[in-house]
Design a protein around this ligand. Structure first.
Ligand SMILES: Cc1ncc(C[n+]2csc(CCOP(=O)(O)OP(=O)(O)O)c2C)c(N)n1
Length: 284
């Protein structure tokens, strides 16, 4: 398969992830739509093409790892893993119900395919750094990918972990910053800004930094990860310029953090997402 075909497959996968993410959250009626939808394209690239995984053996020791440090984006992960066949997709339509294996925030003890438990912002980054160091010490050739939010980058723990990762030359670690410009209470720049920018900070901490102009474009994300693989002796940070709520009719215009739309709004959003998937499938 040539690259053009691969990218088309990834665009379809991203649209499937968006649709399923909406369905997963709709099963509960409310949830973190914004920060789930902004991540769909990155998830498609990671799980559709880049990551070396075995869905039949989720804890295979030589696998690539993925840590959703912004654990409130759980639904996009459940959509992705369900579509990959880790479990029947329908089982995730129990999101955040009593007794579910699909809690609001990702939990490795509950959901098949989740590598590490997250939800308290900042902690997933440290966990990912630990996993990357562990894999290196054990001589594995695998990579650890960690997704953090731009609001999450307000946590001091992110920067302790970043410093550690650069010091130990963790070139098997790739951090994806979902730079959707908004956090829970509003614009990141208003709540707690990042001075010269998150990329400039990672650079100052000794990381290789790649700015992905359109972080909702699968090809740009894919190319950035290939470039990251070429860099030795440094961890890489991808700044994904994304849109919060991307593809959700009721959330994208406002960039809302969490949403509780009416049934009518859910129906409209799911229909629009189905139409988008059909349109992308029709592209050659
Ligand atoms: C330590 C900690 N403090 C506060 C929260 C509550 N919280 C959940 S999501 C969120 C905003 C995160 O913003 P961002 O990282 O930009 O997420 P995104 O926009 O990608 O959803 C906050 C403050 C938390 N989960 N953990």
């Amino acid at each position: 398969m040539d690259k053009k075909q691969k990218m088309q497959q990834l665009r379809v996968f991203a649209a499937e992830i968006r649709l399923e993410t909406l369905k997963v959250i709709a099963s509960r009626g409310f949830g973190h739509v914004g920060g789930s939808m902004s991540m769909a394209d990155a998830m498609a690239v990671l799980y559709g093409e880049v990551m070396n995984i075995d869905t039949k053996n989720p804890r295979w020791e030589d696998r690539d790892w993925f840590v959703l440090s912004k654990g409130h984006g759980g639904p996009v992960m459940y959509a992705t893993l369900g579509l990959k066949g880790y479990y029947p997709m329908e089982s995730a339509y129990t999101l955040n119900q009593p007794g579910t294996d699909f809690p609001s925030h990702t939990d490795r003890t509950k959901t098949v395919g989740v590598d590490l438990t997250t939800g308290s912002l900042g902690q997933g980054m440290s966990e990912a750094v630990g996993a990357a160091l562990g894999n290196k010490v054990q001589g594995r050739n695998s990579h650890v990918f960690v997704a953090v939010g731009d609001g999450e980058c307000d946590e001091g723990q992110i920067w302790e972990a970043a410093q550690f990762a650069a010091h130990y030359k963790l070139d098997n670690l790739v951090c994806l910053v979902d730079d959707n410009k908004r956090q829970l209470d509003g614009a990141v720049a208003d709540v707690m800004g990042h001075g010269k920018g998150i990329g400039a900070k990672f650079d100052a901490f000794g990381w290789n930094v790649i700015n992905v102009e359109d972080g909702n474009d699968v090809e740009q994300i894919y190319d950035a990860i290939q470039a990251a693989y070429q860099v030795k002796g440094q961890p890489t940070c991808l700044i994904l310029n994304t849109t919060k709520g991307k593809g959700a009719t009721f959330a994208e215009p406002s960039g809302a953090h969490s949403s509780q739309p009416t049934q009518e709004q859910w129906d409209e959003a799911i229909a629009a997402s189905e139409a988008e998937l059909a349109a992308i499938r029709a592209q050659k």
